[in-house]
Design a binder for this molecule. Structure first.
Ligand code: LRH
Ligand code: MN
Ligand code: MN
Length: 427
């Protein structure tokens, strides 16, 4: 199923009166605050967030899974689904693949399909947290950190194979997330496990093309519940520093202990030139993988405040950091959920762009916490939805992506095409 230009124009036409009124009201308000609305709209329009190949079907938990129907049954259909999201919002023109869940068979054909839909390939993810059929050694007790060199070699080789797949698709980054760790005290020598991990990562880095980066993801617990070999940003940064310029840290918002100040982590990683990418999602308790911005929108805004402040402008924001979603959908339509996440991320970016940096800096300099908070709140409380809508309309996207998705009965169409009892690979 495709969404046509005409369908989008027709939809936008119907919204135009109401939209124009709200946009011009906001534009006047921002202009009177000396904000260049044209620059702002362009910045918002060009900001894109990649879609994970593993989040296009219903997820579920270990207690159950409830298929939504019409889920993509192979990589081609996944790319088509990302094409649908991108046609609706013009802000999701890339997919991040998880291998072997989504191993590209015929790279030329996959590239052609992606090109037709204006989709490119963001970071490729390796998977050494599950055993695959016919795999020689088990990852039950770890992969890159394993005590047995043969297991480590198998995991290293897998990562190198993933890089090769990525190269054929034009990807420029490898994301490594390790489930390695221990479930019980005494089970593992912390230092030796980390040392072995470093050596394995070094071999992977040696196989990395010059223009690639490796993103090292951290996580405090799960599936190992006593210790993880890379539990936090400090350990990831330590590895990245030892590994050199190609290695960077990936921040998955769900991979922190409760109440962690993620925005401060982001700011320090940026300062060190080691912020490589994000896995956006939201959570109430742990790695809940919920819709970004659904639980802690203020935290998301504060993260973007640091991003805007810590980068010298739009180019830095776009070029050096991989913006990706990592989510799982149990009760929502995955495509609607992803549209909501992208919108929330762009909204936080836009709000962070509104912050009066001069005023904020003065408030900080004169130790005026009230003034500083007012600066942040002024931006955060501004209803900038008309700006996002304007950016979408100008990019050829739908004024209201979820509205159009529903009006066109996209999910029913997908169910007609693919069936109602479907399973997509992934989380
Ligand atoms: C681990 C994780 C990591 C995996 C993905 C499926 O919790 O966040 O990024 O690759 O989930
Ligand atoms: Mn993740
Ligand atoms: Mn996770």
């Amino acid at each position: 199923m495709r969404i046509t230009k005409e369908q989008i124009l027709d939809h936008n036409q119907k919204q135009s009166k109401e939209h124009n009124e709200s946009f011009s009201f906001l534009a006047d308000q921002l202009t009177s605050q000396n904000i260049d609305v044209e620059v702002l709209v362009n910045q918002i329009a060009s900001f894109e967030v990649s879609i994970p190949s593993w989040a296009l079907g219903a997820g579920g938990t270990r207690f159950g899974r409830f298929p939504i129907g019409g889920e993509p049954g192979n990589l081609e259909e996944k790319i088509e689904d990302v094409g649908l999201i991108h046609a609706l919002n013009r802000s999701s023109g890339a997919i991040s693949l998880h291998i072997p869940w989504d191993t590209p068979g015929d790279a030329a054909a996959i590239n052609k399909l992606a090109e037709d839909l204006n989709i490119t390939f963001d970071a490729v993810n390796s998977n050494t947290f599950q055993d695959q059929p016919n795999q020689e050694y088990s990852y039950k007790f770890g992969s890159l950190s394993h005590t047995d060199a043969k297991v480590r070699k198998q995991a290293i080789d897998h990562n190198i194979e993933v890089i090769k797949y990525g190269e054929a698709l034009g990807s420029k980054a490898l994301t490594v997330w390790l489930a390695d760790g221990s479930v019980f005290p005494g089970q593992q020598n912390f230092r030796k496990a980390l040392e072995r991990t470093y050596q394995s990562l070094e071999e992977i880095c040696n196989a990395l093309p010059d223009d690639w980066k490796v993103l090292i993801e951290y996580k405090p617990y799960e599936p190992n519940f006593y210790s993880m070999v890379i539990p936090d940003w400090g350990t990831s940064l330590l590895l990245a520093n030892k590994l050199g310029v190609k290695a960077k840290t990936l921040v998955d918002l769900g991979h922190h202990l409760p109440n962690t100040n993620i925005e401060q982590i982001v700011s320090i990683l940026l300062m060190e030139g080691k912020l490589g990418g994000f896995h956006f999602n939201d959570s109430k308790y742990g790695d809940d993988d919920l819709t970004t911005g659904s639980i802690k929108p203020y935290q998301l805004f504060l993260i973007f405040n640091e991003l805007v402040e810590g980068t010298s402008g739009k180019d830095d924001l776009e070029q050096n950091i991989s913006w990706m979603i990592d989510a799982s959908h149990n009760v929502k339509d995955p495509l609607e959920d992803l549209l909501q996440s992208v919108e929330a991320i762009k909204k936080s970016y836009a709000q962070a762009l509104l912050i009066d940096r001069q005023k904020l800096s003065e408030a900080r300099q004169s130790n005026d916490p009230v003034g500083a908070q007012e600066c942040l709140q002024e931006a955060f409380q501004t209803d900038i939805r008309p700006l996002l809508r304007e950016a979408r309309i100008r990019s050829g996207a739908a004024a209201n992506p979820i509205g159009l998705f529903r009006d066109l009965n996209v999910r029913s169409e997908l169910i007609n095409e693919r069936g109602s009892d479907t399973i997509a690979t992934g989380l």
